[in-house]
Design a protein around this ligand. Structure first.
Ligand code: NAD
Length: 295
């Protein structure tokens, strides 16, 4: 994969303007990151309230930078100027790269991707930030699947360095190279991976969560496990806290995708900790209660 990415880097298209579909947690973060690293970005959603939330989120991040002495009001205005929010597809016409970050639903994403292809230029690259949907499946909604690949950011976008660039079976080398270059321009560390359930990160994370669940079943205390992983093992957070940050609903869905994709390795018998938390509607930080209590 590394070799291919290197070879492809010779053919990267310049990315001078971008677009993101969806102004949610991820879309807002992607807009902020692109704008603050100098690539103007159009952020499109289907309702104004969502756009306002996305812009507010970017403004909050910029204000925090100023408060820490890492930015100035003039720079903040420049970054916000680089984000154009819109409800209109026509604003995507100039985009070199489009990142689709709408709700995690195959039909919605397929419809949106087909709509995007109708408005963008011949050379524009289209990507999806999907966490769990096959890139090859989404590529079917496009007339030119060679211009499409995955571009999977992690939450919070401004803090997490990694971006998985997911190569579908039809993704061209130029597409991959251009998306790698755009991720690097955004200050991220791209890795190129093939399309499979969980891509790279979830293939590592979910066996780890399975080990964590097994320990809980054997009577271990989640906070004690977190403490060891954080304080003694040196990871930034332990598994329980990480699941609270990711969201137990998101984790539950991703786990089901992994079990379906790798039945021999990932299928489990009975319910595990993620199932129990999900069924108790303890979704983590997003609703104030997960393994830990937040409100
Ligand atoms: P979110 O619910 O916060 O935001 C989704 C946004 O999409 C909403 O603002 C909604 O109005 C908008 N939307 C819905 N239909 C649309 C359409 N047809 N056109 C334009 N906008 C539309 O969701 P999110 O957490 O930002 O996730 C977005 C994508 O990113 C999903 O595919 C998700 O799997 C992926 N992802 C999420 C995370 C995470 O931790 N939240 C991490 C990595 C990837």
């Amino acid at each position: 994969v590394k070799g291919k990415a290197k070879k492809a880097s010779k053919q990267a298209q310049a990315v001078n303007s971008a677009a993101v579909l969806g102004a949610g947690i991820m879309g807002g973060g992607i807009a902020y990151q692109s704008a603050s690293k100098g690539t103007p970005i159009v952020m499109k959603d289907i309702n104004q309230a969502a756009l306002d939330l996305g812009l507010n989120e970017a403004a909050k991040l910029l204000t925090a930078q100023i408060n820490r002495g890492r930015s100035t009001p003039a720079k903040m205005a420049g970054v916000l100027n680089n984000i154009t929010s819109t409800l209109d597809y026509n604003a995507l016409k100039q985009a070199d790269v489009v990142v689709e970050a709408v709700v995690e639903h195959p039909k919605v994403k397929s419809t949106v991707l087909a709509e995007v292809e109708q408005v963008v230029g011949e050379e524009a690259i289209i990507t999806s930030n999907t966490s769990t949907i096959s890139i090859n499946l989404l590529a079917k909604s496009l007339q030119k699947p060679g211009r499409f690949c995955g571009m999977h950011f992690f939450n919070p976008v401004h803090k997490m360095p990694l971006v998985e660039v997911i190569r579908g079976e039809h993704s061209s080398e130029e597409t991959i190279a251009s998306v790698v270059a755009y991720a690097a321009k955004m200050g991220k560390t791209p890795i190129v991976v093939n399309d499979c359930p969980g891509f790279f990160v979830n293939r590592v994370l979910f066996p780890y969560f399975a080990g964590f669940s097994g320990l809980l079943e054997d009577g271990a205390d989640f906070a004690a496990i977190d403490k060891v992983m954080e304080k003694q093992f040196g990871w930034p957070m332990g598994p329980a806290y990480l699941l609270d940050v990711v969201g137990l609903d998101t984790g539950h869905h991703a786990q089901a995708v992994m079990a379906e994709g790798f039945p021999d390795r990932m299928a489990k018998q009975g319910k595990d900790a993620i199932d129990v938390m999900f069924e108790a509607e303890r979704f983590g930080q997003k609703n104030g209660k997960g393994f830990y209590q937040y409100s």
